[in-house]
Design a protein around this ligand. Sequence first.
Ligand code: UDP
Ligand code: MG
Length: 337
Amino acid sequence: MTRPEPVLSVVVPMYNEESVLPALASRLRAVLDDLGETYEVVAVDDGSDDGTATALGGLRAGWPHLRVLRLRRNSGHQAALVAGVLRARGRYVVSIDADLQDPPETIVEMLHAARAGDLDVVYGVRADRSTDSRFKRWTAAGYYRLMRRLVGKQVPAQAGDFRLLSRAVVETLRELPEPAPVLRLVVPWLGFPSGEVTYHRHRRAAGRTKYPLSRMAGLAAQSVTSFSAAPLRFATWLGLAGVVVCGLLVVFTVVAWSVGATVDGWPSLYVAILFLGAVQLLCLGLLGEYVGRIYTVVQGRPAYVVATDTATDQDADGHTAASRGVGGPTALADSLR
Ligand code: UDP
Ligand code: MG
């Protein structure tokens, strides 16, 4: 690579964000140009099918620091984020949403905090969520409470994916074999020295949310199953409880039979069958969650495929990387992503 690595990379995943792009570009550029550091902006176009790609192409003409990574298909916010972060070249890598809900001005504070405290991770923590809907706040609170129990207290309660990572953290992430790590959990789990910067989360500047309920549920399921076998253990306990209850029912039946009161045994039989059926189905479902994950990992199907990367000015898919002589475990891990 010819260009020296910049001090700062700003990764912006975007899916159909045509309407917000002009505002984003002008605000982000104002902040970054004033910073007095070398930087790159890695816009990850997550397979948008509106005018995002064209708009990015137009912006690039007048903004040489803008690098566009286009994924072949819509792979989801987390995958787009991982794609951008792992390919960013900066000494510090900040990820930020495209919709200006996270103020770009906070990036400056993050960088100062990282340097002043010699920190590897700086989380953007929301001071309040008053601009989010009550439903969003309620589900988010539940999600973070659960995650703090599963992963540990180092998961900040109100931090989304607005955060700064040092090069050391990014390199560690690159070595992980996980195809699509949930960064907001894996990063705290890694245990690097970290700090927080609080900010006010604003309303979406333009366009609509790309996070419907189904995606939120998907993220929650992925988060839980990627960090804990507790649900499986829950199934075991439930199964044990079922066995105990059935044991009691058997005793009851035998006693009833011995005193000759077995005329009408239908209700207890019916309840026992229903109960066992329910427990078995539940356990099968939970097992299926994990088997599904094993299946995905064994398949080794990448979570995204990069179509183009303006930084290399050529096809940035697997065989190009190989022809540039990238090898070893990182390349393997990379090909798994
Ligand atoms: N995003 C993405 N791929 C997707 C969905 C969303 O890259 O499949 C991006 C989106 O463009 C935005 C960020 O992820 O920059 C967060 O999405 P959004 O603002 O819609 O989520 P919300 O803030 O409503 O939770
Ligand atoms: Mg948003």
